[in-house]
Design a protein around this ligand. Structure first.
Ligand SMILES: [Zn+2]
Length: 102
């Protein structure tokens, strides 16, 4: 089987996960908190980026500077029932004034 010629660094983007059953699990190695996200919510926040790049793009609330553990999960029946998904409620846009002397 020949290797595909496109670069391997071209990863797997979030929209590839949008089949409604896969979630992104992000775990902070510092405070050990784990959250599950819908790919669509993450796309709204960071764009349709490479899943692997989330480990640098996402920040944990504990303020730790650790690289986060990012995995995609397809919860099986019983696991899916109790799975808490962290939903996006809103995106707050910070207004930053930019000044210029005329
Ligand atoms: Zn943390």
């Amino acid at each position: 089987m020949p290797e595909p010629y496109w670069p391997k660094t071209k990863g797997y983007v979030l929209s590839n996960l949008n089949d409604g059953q896969r979630f992104v699990r992000i775990r902070c190695p510092s405070c050990k908190r784990t959250h599950h996200y819908f790919p669509t919510d993450l796309i709204a926040v960071v764009g349709d980026v490479d899943v692997d790049s989330l480990m640098y793009r996402m920040k944990c609330g504990c303020g730790g500077s650790h690289v986060l553990d990012v995995t995609t999960v397809i919860p099986s029946g019983s696991e899916a029932v109790g799975l808490k998904i962290r939903r996006l409620v809103a995106i707050k846009v910070k207004r930053v004034p930019v000044w210029k002397d005329d």
